[in-house]
Design a binder for this molecule. Structure first.
Ligand SMILES: NC(=O)c1ccc[n+]([C@@H]2O[C@H](COP(=O)([O-])OP(=O)(O)OC[C@H]3O[C@@H](n4cnc5c(N)ncnc54)[C@H](O)[C@@H]3O)[C@@H](O)[C@H]2O)c1
Ligand SMILES: [Zn+2]
Ligand SMILES: [Zn+2]
Length: 359
């Protein structure tokens, strides 16, 4: 079909990045989404990006995701159409899409655990088609979208769909980062770096960043890490213990999703410390209760609720949080396979967050 993305409602097909099982992705023509529920909106995506979670999906770590699903849970775009029960948004509004779909009314929404919404949760690019496409259907548009001011920068704002709320909620808030704490963050990918940026809002004394990739560790240093440790020699735990005079760290945040990283957390946590897991784990890990039973530690896990999105948006808009510096590469949607390759081979490509634009 001969068409362009600007044909508005006349378009019936669109491009979308379709998952066909582990290590199999293709940019394909798909039917453009339509309103199904009166609370839905259809958004034309202007900017999207790739999450470490998409890489886990590709590896087969999230088996619930089935063949044929359009991936992506991050995006900024323009509303194309709204259902009759969408009250706060209109055609033409420029919006940020939250990765979390929430009805606002169920028992979990009422406890502010939006990620466990009985009618939603993390659905985009998971149980429904996602944002790595020209168009996406957003259920419960009134709760899942944020109106953007005209001056908002797509590239900065798209960091609020997932990684900044994730770093803040699952890492910093669950880890209860406090003034004067010694914090370690394992994984200097975009989520680890978002954790680093938001941890600084709570004035820890030290933030030690641990990764295998010197380029990402250098970025971490420029974003405010006080110390960096390359863990490729398997000696990260010894190094962190030496850096802390054998005391260990008050808070350790796992932003990788591999047992090797979780092992480091357990080896460096100080008595009374908090381990906050952020990473998506596809395999079981060993929990060393034989060592930790007497250590008074707290272990937390969390799927991001995205309850902090409005607050973070204000911080980005005021210039207090420089989200745009997380972006290292830019692609068009037609080049999305190259974008995945660049993000998945971060050490070689020197990539942080890669953004994908719809012309
Ligand atoms: N809990 C949630 O709600 C939630 C939300 C979003 C993302 N996540 C997860 O957060 C994690 C990080 O996401 P990302 O986008 O930054 O991913 P990413 O893949 O870009 O980054 C992961 C980083 O971990 C590093 N790493 C790998 N093995 C390591 C090891 N043994 N020791 C130290 N570092 C190691 C890699 O070099 C890389 O820089 C992923 O597991 C992702 O699925 C969780
Ligand atoms: Zn994500
Ligand atoms: Zn709900």
């Amino acid at each position: 079909m001969n068409r362009s993305a600007n044909d508005g409602n006349n378009i019936t097909t669109m491009k979308g990045l379709v998952f066909h099982g582990p290590n199999s992705l293709a940019l394909e023509d798909r039917l453009k989404p339509t309103i199904i529920q009166a609370t839905d909106a259809i958004v034309r995506i202007t900017t999207t990006t790739i999450c470490g979670t998409d890489l886990h999906i590709l590896k087969g770590d999230v088996p619930a995701i089935t063949d044929g699903r359009i991936l992506g849970h991050e995006g900024v775009g323009i509303i194309e159409e709204v259902g009759t029960n969408v009250l706060d948004f209109h055609k033409g509004d420029r919006v940020l899409i939250s990765l979390i779909t929430s009805c606002g009314r169920c028992i979990f929404c009422k406890k502010a655990m939006y990620s466990h919404c009985l009618n939603g949760g993390w659905r985009l690019g998971n149980s429904i088609d996602g944002t790595q496409a020209e168009y996406v259907r957003i259920p419960f548009a009134d709760t899942g979208l944020y109106l953007l001011p005209p001056e908002a920068d797509d590239e900065a704002v798209v960091m609020l769909s997932c990684i900044l709320p994730t770093g803040l909620e699952c890492g910093v808030l669950n880890g209860q980062v406090k003034p004067g704490d010694i914090v370690a963050i394992i994984g200097a990918g975009p989520v680890g770096l978002a954790t680093l940026l938001t941890a600084q809002l709570y004035s820890p004394a030290e933030i030690i960043m641990i990764d295998l990739d010197d380029n990402r560790l250098e970025a971490a240093r420029s974003f405010g890490a006080t110390k960096v440790v390359n863990s490729s020699d398997g000696k990260a735990a010894e190094r962190v213990m030496a850096l802390t005079q054998a005391a260990g760290v008050d808070v350790v945040i796992e932003a990788v999703g591999l047992s090797a990283a979780f092992d480091i957390c357990q080896a460096i946590i100080a008595p009374g410390g908090r381990i906050a897991n952020v990473g998506v784990h596809g395999k079981s890990v060993e929990f060393h209760l034989e060592r930790l039973w007497a250590s008074n530690i707290t272990l937390t896990t969390r799927l991001v609720d995205a309850g902090t999105t409005s607050m973070l948006l204000k911080m980005v808009q005021s210039g207090r949080l420089d989200a745009k510096k997380l972006v290292s590469h830019r692609f068009n949607l037609s080049e999305i396979m190259k974008a995945y390759n660049t993000f998945a081979n971060a050490a070689k490509q020197h990539s942080l967050k890669v953004v994908i634009k719809n012309a």
